[in-house]
Design a protein around this ligand. Structure first.
Ligand SMILES: [Zn+2]
Length: 456
């Protein structure tokens, strides 16, 4: 028997490394014990642990990730017993929870397996996945995961990793367990909410530094802090809000004002961060899971079906079909208008949703005017066709929030405008480039481009 499996084990070792340490040998032997032929067992192990070998860092973690490898140092570890109703007779399962960190950040985890290490140790997890728990990202270690202890890791020491990590806003990711940052308050608003039956005041707003902006929520009073204040935040939590990271200030978070002397040394001021965001390229948006309050300019290359007049459920605002809500059944729908379109800037493309006010602005017709068109025309797609005719090919600037999924980038516009003056600037710029080519005494290429322009 051993002779039969030895060559397969050798091959697996070559492909996957130390089989004992990673627990792959045990997995292989389990299959053999179930009378799986050795070559089939080998293939199945290779499929499971070999091909899709993705090694991720904390900064790469986002919702819906599965089957990846992760190495981190245990910063915190606890356990509790979980007894489900159905299995009341059985002995309770143990759930191990805590925090894992690498040089890019720290993340909460939960594990159904006892870990082969304790606080301070580095562990490697194969077949890890991400779960969202209370709007936070959790690295999950399940029955199918393999966990091993790494004794010679190059990760920073426990004390270095435990010191909460100072980050610029652009580096704060959804997975971050705890962050420190220095930022300016750009927007501030207050609302009353019920927290555990008690009326409390919650502060929310927008933080900014020289790298970007992020929404924040504070569950504690921020005395003496107002729009324009520059604050130091130590030990904030990150939660996911509308698909993007949001900084949460809790009672355990320390917030202090940054004095004028220290503020002078910063790379930003309230005036510099309060300016409208400079348009960025879609390829940059595509390189990140989400971006908050950015602007982009490009051409609307297509208007997607589902644009135009829609009917919404009065209870839940879902889009309804033929007076039927998926949740509330037969309802009296409320008319609404929206536009979904694809914007392309030459570096990439993305799907953009324009809610009613913006749809009215860029289409140039109000909802009421569009309704008239819908009722006066026999075609039920009259408004959609009209929007397509009017908007396809237009050059448009938008500002809003992006988030990425397996279907690509979706961008929700919060403002949109037709940058007329921008077209003039672009033509002048183009002519200048062609002109300077000519002054250089060059060559056929400028003649060719000029020809191109005359033709167009
Ligand atoms: Zn409904």
């Amino acid at each position: 028997m051993d002779e039969k499996i030895a060559p397969h084990l050798e091959e697996l070792t070559r492909a996957l490394g130390d089989l004992e340490k990673t627990g792959i040998r045990a997995e292989f032997e389990k299959l053999i014990a179930f009378r799986v032929p050795p070559d089939i067992a080998k293939e199945s192990i290779l499929r499971k642990f070999g091909e899709k070998k993705r090694i991720l860092k904390v900064k790469d973690l986002s919702a819906n990730l599965k089957n990846f490898e992760f190495t981190g140092r245990i910063l915190d570890l606890g356990e509790k017993s979980i007894r489900s109703q159905a299995e009341a007779q059985e002995k309770p399962s143990r759930l191990y929870t805590g925090v894992l960190a690498d040089e890019t950040g720290s993340v909460q985890f939960s594990s159904w397996k006892e870990l082969p290490g304790s606080i301070g140790d580095v562990i490697n997890v194969k077949n890890a996945y991400v779960r969202i728990w209370q709007n936070r990202i959790r690295l999950s270690i399940g029955e199918q995961s393999l966990v091993s202890k790494i004794s010679d890791s190059l990760l920073p020491s426990l004390s270095e990793l435990s010191a909460s990590q100072k980050k610029k806003l652009i580096d704060i990711r959804a997975a971050d367990f705890s962050v420190d940052t220095v930022a300016c308050i750009l927007q501030l608003s207050y609302r009353e909410v019920l927290v555990k039956g008690r009326q409390s005041r919650v502060i929310s707003g927008v933080l900014a530094d020289e790298t970007g902006r992020l929404p924040f929520t504070s569950w504690i009073e921020l005395d003496g802090i107002d729009i324009g204040s520059i604050i130091r935040i130590d030990g904030a939590q990150v939660r996911i809000f509308r698909g993007m990271p949001s900084v949460n200030i809790l009672s355990s978070t320390k917030v202090s004002s940054v004095g004028p002397e220290e503020a002078e040394k910063l790379a930003f001021t309230f005036e510099s961060v309060a300016k409208d965001p400079v348009p960025i390229k879609i390829e940059e948006i595509d390189s990140r899971d989400s971006m908050f309050d950015v602007s982009v300019a490009g051409n609307l290359v297509s208007v997607r079906p589902g644009s135009g007049i829609i009917s919404r459920c009065p209870e839940c605002s879902r889009v309804i079909q033929k007076g039927n809500c998926r949740v509330h059944g037969k309802v009296e729908g409320i008319w609404d208008m929206r536009i979904k379109a694809v914007l392309d800037d030459g570096t990439g493309s993305m799907s953009v949703t324009f809610p009613r006010e913006l749809a009215e602005t860029i289409y140039g017709k109000t909802l009421e005017e569009a309704e008239q068109l819908m009722f006066s025309d026999v075609s039920k797609d009259a408004v959609y066709e009209d929007i397509k005719r009017f908007l396809t090919g237009r050059y448009l600037a938008i500002r809003g929030n992006s988030s990425k999924s397996e279907f690509g980038i979706s961008f929700v516009a919060e403002s949109a405008w037709l940058p007329e003056e921008d077209i003039a600037v672009r033509i002048v710029e183009l002519l200048r480039r062609l002109g300077s080519d000519e002054e250089d005494g060059s060559d056929k290429s400028s003649q060719v481009s000029r020809g191109g322009i005359e033709l167009a």
